[in-house]
Design a protein around this ligand. Structure first.
Ligand code: AKG
Ligand code: MN
Length: 215
């Protein structure tokens, strides 16, 4: 059974009952009007690109737009591609502060995704790149269209696939051994024409101080 907890500041969360990992969901962390304002700002301000990745030796464009922001040197690589952190936009400051306060974790970077409509998606994966360290804490904010977030245990075939609906202004926290034992995806959704912005705050641990600039 999932448990509902009410914080003293009114932000209600649900603990998803799972073995081998922590998944906690705040359905309405950000009030709808504020979430819509944030979504519009990010849709227009983020340096969106459609990245190409290499899977099994094949170059492919991913079915969504994304961008990587963070502190200097908080770079991140996956699927044969290095993402250099773009400097934080002012729009992220407030959101990062809120998420850090609610989760009690610190973040130095964020992967931002734009799913333009139901044809955009992210396939099964775990966020287990070495620079995230062991048992990363990842805080995922959803703005816009409600999308299905599915999880599947990597080893336990007896556990059914589970689906969560991530709503406008929600926060999903993935922590503990979740990335080690579980895969997640955001499947395509037929007939959906509305966009969704997703921000996953992360802490990359290999962030090196940038080399000093010598004139
Ligand atoms: O859009 C989402 O909710 C998930 C995105 C995701 O899993 C990722 O970018 O690693
Ligand atoms: Mn992910």
């Amino acid at each position: 059974m999932s448990q509902i907890t009410l914080f003293d500041d009114g932000s209600e969360h649900i603990d998803i009952d799972l073995p081998d990992g922590v998944l906690r969901y705040w359905p309405s962390l950000i009030p709808p009007l504020e979430a819509s304002r944030m979504q519009a700002l990010l849709q227009s301000q983020v340096a969106w690109e459609q990245s190409e990745i290499t899977i099994a030796g094949q170059r492919r464009k991913i079915p969504r737009l994304n961008a990587w922001y963070g502190e200097p040197g908080a770079d991140y690589s996956y699927s044969g591609r290095l993402f250099r952190a773009l400097p934080w936009l002012p729009e992220f400051a407030e959101l990062k502060q809120l998420v850090e306060r609610i989760t009690g974790a610190a973040f130095n970077s964020a992967l931002v995704n734009l799913y333009r409509d139901g044809q955009d998606s992210v396939d099964w994966h775990s966020d287990d790149e070495p620079e995230l360290g062991r048992n990363p804490v990842i805080a995922s904010i959803s703005l816009g269209a409600v999308r299905r977030f599915q999880i599947k245990h990597k080893m336990r075939r007896d556990l059914p696939l589970q689906t969560l609906e991530l709503g406008h202004g929600s926060l999903l926290l993935m922590a503990g051994e979740f990335q080690y034992y579980w895969r997640h995806r955001l499947p395509k959704m037929k007939g959906l024409s509305e966009p969704r912005v997703n921000i996953t705050f992360r802490q990359v641990t290999n962030s090196e101080k940038p080399l000093p600039v010598i004139a």
